[in-house]
Design a protein around this ligand. Structure first.
Ligand code: 4AD
Ligand code: MG
Length: 483
């Protein structure tokens, strides 16, 4: 028996005139002769040519889109256009059929034609078998690998922070409760509130919104750590940028100030984007072409100036702009966009939280490149950020990307115990719950910084997809938890 070769290897051409075996799923079957097989190892299919005169007609009938087949035969240079090599099949095995008669129940929904992304989202369990999603999820894999490689090569320790926690790191209260209490009949305490002392962990717990606080503990021992795990937010934002379950990368570095933090974030983003461009060239070229075709449907004025490939390269070759929040507010306030009331939320003055429309204006219209905004008002940021001497702002940084808005949020941390305690009291964060966290400030505290990269937002940027539901395998959003 010939051992199986993955199609990616076959297409490199080294096996010419040899007998090989490939296995995969049928994309199309033309003229009772030409099977396009894809095994997910790359965007391209291999063409396998069967002889319909010598092949069992019953077998031929079973070669339908979606069916799983294995073919053995000789690899030869291809006569036809569209491929350089093809397999002249001597033996075919059908592993699994797929009903292609759409009038029958349970027929294979991915017949060879263009499907809308919305339709494919409804059949997310099958969409990996399309060119677009094959490319997206291979790129996603590469980006995840590149992130681990980047930090590993720099000597960071990968810390697995907990998924179940009792803290609300971001203080936004957007948490999914974790409980084994009887919802219909929960135990109550003397005040008439739910008595979480009787719950599984003996206290109220939730799914984590961030691994940062635990990450900081790691940084106070290993110097440099990062987390890369699932993160949960029960925010009811039904947007193309928010998920209820997403993946976040959170590095935390001892002895880093905000400038070091910004430099590391920029270096990391450029490193992983470049890595994907190198390793997934064909996938990204495919995605870039897909967008060019899509753009052609739009009126000239709405088309984007840069293709996906140009956008990625542009991001690699330009230094990110760095401005303070205060400077950003000035730019936004004075912008024609604001004056002509084109923003949904008009910028009246200092202190306003920036909406995604403002972030995108700065990046796409004003600077035309990624922007790092620093030193936000303390009242719109989390308790742990280092307070500036002005008493008004904190050492925060948000990195804003074209088409995305905020891709990274981070800060230098408040390492001074007293200042941190005062801020927590002001924000009504009970110190007794975070005693363990405050220990980092009691025992050998040092200046340190970190940030959180939303992994799906990075994948959105690199693949050029526009809806975050299309870059995570099985999206969780309000009213949607299929598969
Ligand atoms: O800005 P955020 O809330 O920052 C933190 O959680 C910090 N603890 C990070 C740190 O300093 N260690 O979230 C970080 C990033 C955002 O910039 C965004 O890219 C992503 O996480 N993000 C989401 N991505 C998808 N869906 C959501 N609901 C997201 N919320 C945040
Ligand atoms: Mg943020």
């Amino acid at each position: 028996m010939t051992t199986r070769t993955k199609i990616k290897e076959v297409l490199k051409g080294a096996f010419i005139n040899q007998t090989i075996n490939v296995k995969g799923w049928v994309r199309t079957f033309r003229n009772n002769s030409f099977i396009a097989i894809n095994d997910g190892s790359c965007i391209n299919n291999i063409q396998a040519v069967v002889n319909f005169e010598t092949t069992n007609p019953e077998t031929l009938k079973r070669i339908t889109p979606g069916a799983c087949v294995g073919v053995t035969g000789t690899l030869v240079p291809s006569q036809g256009k569209g491929q350089t090599v093809e397999i002249i099949v001597s033996e075919i095995e059908i592993y699994g059929d797929a009903e292609s008669d759409v009038t029958k129940p349970n027929s294979y929904p991915l017949q060879p034609k263009a499907h809308s992304l919305e339709f494919l989202r409804e059949i997310a369990h099958l969409r990996f078998r399309t060119n677009t999603f094959g490319a997206v999820f291979r790129v996603r894999h590469t980006l995840a690998y590149a992130i681990h490689k980047f930090f590993n090569d720099k000597g960071f320790v990968y810390l697995h922070t907990p998924i179940i926690t009792s803290s609300d790191a971001e203080g936004a209260g957007e948490m999914f409760r974790v409980s084994t209490l009887d919802l219909k009949n929960p135990p109550l305490n003397e005040q008439g509130d739910i008595d979480y002392k009787q719950d599984f962990f003996g206290k109220a717990t939730n799914l984590t919104v961030s691994g940062q606080l635990e990450g900081e503990l790691g940084a106070m021992a290993f110097s440099d750590v990062y987390t890369f795990g699932p993160t949960f937010r029960a925010e009811n934002s039904n947007t193309t940028r928010h998920l209820a379950e997403f993946w976040m990368i959170e590095p935390e570095m001892a002895f880093f100030d905000l400038n070091d933090n910004m430099a590391l974030a920029e270096e990391m983003l450029k490193y992983v984007i470049n890595y994907a461009l190198e390793k997934n060239k064909e996938d990204i070229e495919f995605l870039s072409q897909r967008l060019i075709d899509e753009e052609k449907q739009k009126p000239q004025t709405e088309r984007s100036e840069l293709s996906l490939l140009e956008k990625l390269n542009f991001c690699l070759s330009n230094e990110f702009a760095k401005i303070t929040y205060t400077e950003a507010i000035e730019i936004l306030k004075e912008s024609n966009h604001n004056k002509k009331k084109k923003f949904q939320y008009l910028i009246e003055g200092w202190g306003a939280d920036l909406q995604s429309e403002h972030e995108r204006y700065l990046v796409e219209k004003h600077f035309k490149k990624p922007v790092i905004l620093t030193d936000y008002p303390k009242d719109i940021k989390a308790f742990y950020m280092r307070q500036n001497d002005d008493g008004k702002t904190v050492r925060a940084m948000d990195i804003l990307f074209p088409g995305i808005g905020e891709i990274i949020g981070g800060s230098q941390r408040e390492e001074r115990l007293e200042k941190l305690e005062t801020r927590m009291a002001e924000m009504h964060i009970p110190a007794e719950d975070l005693n363990w966290y405050l220990d980092t400030r009691r025992f050998g505290a040092c200046p340190h910084s970190g940030f959180g990269l939303g992994f799906e937002r990075l994948v959105l940027f690199v693949t050029g997809m526009t809806n975050i539901r299309d870059v995570i395998a099985f999206p969780r959003t309000p009213n949607n938890c299929e598969f």
